[in-house]
Design a protein around this ligand. Structure first.
Ligand code: 5RP
Length: 220
């Protein structure tokens, strides 16, 4: 099976976690896009969706799914999104698609976070994938220096501004043995909007696409 077929399999499996007549939180990226296509098949059985990026909102609308503003939603029973890396403890690195801030907000609101990923994303320790950090532009050099002090090598992501009008530093080489601690420390640096560690708000369920089928790992 190809990586795309594994992504397709988890996107299909995620439909089982959709709560009928409710608003669904929808993530960003290629796996989330496949999920949107699956969700479109049952669009008349959901109240609508909240999107974690302008890109996903456009795709949802294009598939005839109503998109709501998060501020108009009282409850979000489930949020379905991909990840760049995830551990067996369901801590993640996200933000490869640049949508980390909105992803973190929607994930915070949602009762249940279902992560959908192919098996290449499962890692014993986070950090091989460069950690995305969304930064206010005027703080770029300062935040970059702080990343070096923490042992990382920051690189400005070229040619992109986030949906929130900020820049992204991708930080290579961080040793992420304690993701909760690092997530908190990075959030305390002035100028950092969000970092791509999702350790304090981990996933609740991982649907992992493997060559032998979809493996479900639930939070303990
Ligand atoms: C976007 C994300 C995505 O979930 C992550 O990059 C995974 O993407 P894909 O499903 O394309 O591998 O965090 O900001």
């Amino acid at each position: 099976m190809t990586q795309d077929e594994l992504k397709q399999a988890v996107a299909r499996e995620a439909i089982k976690h959709v709560v009928e007549d409710a608003v669904i939180g929808v993530g960003t990226g290629s796996t989330a896009s496949l999920f949107i296509d699956e969700l479109a098949r049952m669009k008349n059985r959901i109240a609508g969706a909240v999107a974690s990026s302008e890109g996903s909102a456009e795709r949802l609308k294009g598939r005839g799914i109503r998109v709501l503003d998060l501020n108009s939603v009282n409850e979000l029973p489930v949020y379905i999104d991909g990840a760049d890396e995830i551990t067996e403890h369901l801590a993640m690195i996200k933000g490869g698609g640049g949508a980390l801030t909105r992803e973190k907000i929607v994930a915070a609101v949602a009762k249940k976070f279902v992560c959908i990923a192919d098996e290449s994303k499962l890692v014993p320790v986070l950090g091989k994938f460069p950690l995305p950090v969304e930064v206010i532009a005027m703080a770029r050099a300062y935040v970059a220096r702080q990343m070096v002090r923490l042992g990382g090598q920051p690189k400005l992501r070229q040619g992109i501004t986030t949906d929130n009008g900020n820049i992204i530093l991708d930080v290579w080489g961080l040793s992420i043995l304690n993701p909760v601690e690092l997530e908190t420390a990075l959030n305390n640096i002035a100028g950092v909007v969000t970092n791509g560690l999702f350790a304090r708000r981990r996933a609740d369920v991982l649907l992992l696409g493997t060559k032998t089928g979809v493996r479900t790992i639930a939070r303990k």
